[in-house]
Design a binder for this molecule. Structure first.
Ligand code: KIV
Length: 273
């Protein structure tokens, strides 16, 4: 049986050189496959707005959406470390609101930790959630929930001043008590600069190789779509395989080649004539 990693084990990657991987996951079926794999962590990400609900961004995803999907993921992956992603509008009204959402994720999903976006701007709510007993992962750099304010999904930290501001954000989240920080969409050199100057592990996505943990969106990793972002590697072509299977099935139905007796109940029923 898979052994679930712990927050102290994640923290120790900063000194022992262990590398962990995380994939997003949003449903029971795929969670059972991640559970069977060697991947240590799942993020029930607000990217489910795009991957599962067809939204154009993450704004609009609610805590109830994350809880609905997260409960299914937990049922499929009881021994995988699960992080619940706090969506836009679920922690930026007040500290009490942030603690309330974090409590719901821990109690209703059975999360092992929560993640929320923002550096200095989110430090107070990170501190309060940590002090209330929930492990928190920060998220800086390209933060999709405020992509409108950032002028789109753009690489962050592209000059020395922006890199210094990112380090200040990372330090603010570390000082607030986060056990790990996600760095997204940042040049590799800037990630290394941040990594050298903080004492908590970095989970990178589009942030280069110099991170303790790497993250990928499942739909990119498995190749559900033709297009994936520059930083995402398709390890499979599930989209093509699925469409081929749908077409093979449809052709056989039209040609009356499916179902053959092998896929039918063939008991002879007396008296039908
Ligand atoms: O919701 C999400 O998928 C994320 C990614 C950056 C991993 O936060």
């Amino acid at each position: 049986m898979k052994k679930k990693i712990t927050v102290p084990e994640i923290r120790e990657t900063k000194v022992n050189g262990n590398k962990f991987s995380l994939v997003t996951c949003y449903d029971y079926s795929f969670a059972t496959l991640v559970e069977k794999s060697e991947i240590e962590m799942i993020l029930v990400g607000d990217s489910l707005g795009m991957t599962m609900l067809g939204y154009s961004g993450t704004v609009g995803v609610t805590p109830d959406d994350i809880i609905h999907h997260g409960k299914a993921v937990r049922r499929g992956a009881p021994n995988t470390f699960i992080i619940g992603d706090m969506p836009f509008g679920s922690y930026n009204e007040s500290i009490e609101q942030g603690i309330h959402t974090a409590n719901r994720f821990m109690m209703e999903i059975g999360c092992d930790a929560i993640k929320l976006e923002g550096g200095k701007r989110s430090a107070a709510v990170v501190k309060a959630i940590v002090e209330s007993g929930t492990p928190v992962c920060g998220h800086i750099g390209l933060t999709p929930q405020i992509s409108a304010a950032m002028g789109g999904f753009k690489v962050q930290g592209k000059d020395a001043i922006a890199a210094k501001l990112l380090l200040e954000d990372a330090k603010a989240i570390e000082d607030a008590g986060a056990f790990m920080i996600m760095v997204e969409g940042v040049p590799s050199d800037v990630t290394s600069y941040i990594r050298k100057n903080i004492n908590i592990p970095i989970i990178g996505i589009g942030a280069g190789v110099d991170c303790e943990v790497q993250a990928m969106v499942m739909h990119d990793l498995l190749g559900f779509t033709d297009w994936v972002p520059k930083f995402a590697k398709k390890y499979a072509n599930i989209g093509e395989i699925a469409v081929e299977a749908f077409n093979a099935y449809s052709k056989e139905v039209k040609a009356e080649q499916f179902p053959t007796p092998q896929y039918s109940y063939n008991t002879k029923v007396e008296g039908l004539e």
